[in-house]
Design a protein around this ligand. Sequence first.
Ligand code: NAD
Length: 343
Amino acid sequence: MTKTYNVAVLKGDGIGPEVTEAAVKVLDAVQESQVNFKLNYLYGEAGFHCIAEHGTNLPKETVEMLKRTAACLKGPMTTPEEPGAPVSVAVTLRRMFNLYANVRPCRSFPSVESLKPNLDFVVVRENTEGLYSGVEFLLSPGVGVAMRIITHDASLRVAEFAFKLAETRRKRLTYIHKGNILRVTDGIFKDAVKEAAQKHPNVAIEELHIDAATMQLIKRPETFDVIVTTNLFGDILSDEAAQVTGSLGLAAGANIGDTYGMFEPVHGSAPKYTGMNRVNPIATIMAAAMMLDYLSEKAAAKKIEQAVLAVLSEGRVRTADLGGSSTTIQMSEAIASRIKRKL
Ligand code: NAD
């Protein structure tokens, strides 16, 4: 029997349309290669380019459309930076759909230079609160305040998620904070992680301050398995981790809640490369694979992953970030045709 899923596709800004179209091409290839499921794509408008026409980067029609889908593939979007402008679409969607765990796998890929070989760890970032929420105000001219709200419930929820993930992997969890300075907020986070740890005695835990963690990620990245941390620290660490493992162009992320999942590349809209057909689509293609995994189409997800690994290890198609001169389209076609050849 063929199972059909409604999935939202938000192409985004800058290089977003190029990389999401590349990922859809790969999703089409995997559906051609096996008939047990079908994706019904629902395209929605969102991003910086919507603001002039709609006065918002997330029109309400798009939100209504998202509610009719099982998951969303989201391209990167340009975030307006002026005070008072709409907040980032990713941040709004994470809050709106309560997508509390941002899961960012960091692994080395064949024939891609990484700091050390065989890296394989996952950054789990709390996704709904903390400094990244951007709750700020001006106290008086020249004096601004940003609110870092950390709650026990949100910390416990993401810690639980990270421990469960660690149990499916090498059973090691590192929790990262700045509790020596942010004693109240990171004190709450630390206590929640320790509380979750009691239910998972088979997972070995390690504690690091964020400054030491950024250094250890360079020094001994192979020792990490699952990292759990607060929102802004996780955002910064996962970009660092992407570079440690190769390129930002390869790093995918999932935003998972209890009833919805949103999947996107870790990178942004890279405006300077818009329309040049030169960026690496693999981050978005791997995000699409994570979406299939979330929808329980594990075999299809694996097929995409294996095709990506095969194309990279062959080394004939390489985008500029990997030292080659292949285009975005050539990369997605190579991966799609690998899938159709039934790897
Ligand atoms: P960026 O990730 O867009 O780009 C930084 C650099 O990384 C690029 O100049 C490029 O050299 C490299 N890069 C990024 N994606 C690549 C790819 N697919 N292939 C090869 N190289 C790639 O970061 P930025 O310039 O700081 O941000 C641009 C905009 O994107 C900003 O408005 C930012 O707020 C936004 N952003 C959005 C998201 C999101 O939608 N989730 C995430 C991060 C940044």
